[in-house]
Design a protein. Structure first.
Length: 254
């Protein structure tokens, strides 16, 4: 039996479970351009509205929010370049970075809005001016929302196991903890008031909880992807990619 490319899915181009074509110069480029515009607005806001953090050690990268924003910006920059150049290698790099940037953006949104609902002084110091509402969304809502849409509709399923998730979240949590303590040693204050409020043991618990939430976000995103887009055996996927099998691989809905 002769082997021929599927008319519905060009092999080596698009995963059969990916909902919308990407990289592409249509919907995908619109999503990534919109995201980068929002992220650029957020960074510009930091520059034109300076406060004591601007002159402190670590600048605004002391904040988990800004680290997450930088990762989201890098992810969407790779996505936009892959759309413009129709590059599969840049698309793959975007998807790899999204393994970290998407769960982190969700963690930032959950922590910020959750703690602010309890007491905004836990996340906003007394000396900090009120954030413009649109800028607040660009910092604490749009990265999670746009990365979620990119993950669910414009990306293939993530290929990462439990050990990979644990290693990623553990390494990131420890790295941020070391970084925050370094900034505290230089500046004499923590970026978030809650770090002072809870003390050392409280910070241990807070960082541990954050790592757990980030890991659960990754697992939850993988589960939601299967619910929305279906599921396919890894063996069937590899066979279709490497052997250019006949016809579109069938989705198996849960």
């Amino acid at each position: 039996m002769s082997s021929k490319p599927s008319p519905g899915w060009p092999p080596l181009t698009r995963h059969p479970l990916q909902r919308i074509e990407s990289p592409s110069r249509t919907a995908s480029i619109l999503l990534h351009s919109t995201g980068l515009a929002a992220f650029a607005y957020a960074f510009r806001y930091l520059i034109i509205n300076p406060n004591r953090i601007n002159d402190s050690y670590g600048w605004h990268f002391q904040y988990l929010t800004i680290i997450g924003l930088a990762l989201a910006t890098t992810t969407f920059t790779l996505g936009l370049l892959s759309d413009l150049l129709l590059s599969r290698s840049l698309f793959a790099a975007k998807n790899a970075l999204a393994l970290a940037s998407t769960p982190l953006a969700i963690l930032v949104s959950l922590l910020y809005w959750g703690l602010r609902a309890i007491d905004e002084r836990l996340v906003l110091p007394d000396w900090a001016p009120l954030i413009d509402p649109f800028a607040d969304m660009c910092f604490h809502a749009f990265p999670a929302l746009l990365l979620f849409v990119d993950c669910m509709l414009f990306s293939p399923p993530w290929d990462v196991g439990g050990a990979g998730v644990a290693a990623l979240t553990g390494a990131f949590t420890i790295g941020y903890w070391v970084w925050v303590d370094r900034c505290y040693a230089e500046n004499g204050f923590y970026p978030y008031p809650i770090f002072d409020e809870v003390g050392h043991r409280g910070r241990v618990g807070l960082f541990g909880m954050s790592a757990l939430v980030m890991g659960l976000s990754t697992v939850g995103l993988r589960w939601m992807y299967r619910v929305l887009n279906g599921e396919e055996s890894e063996m069937a996927w590899k066979k279709n990619v490497h052997e250019l099998g006949e016809g579109m691989p069938q989705r198996k809905k849960k």
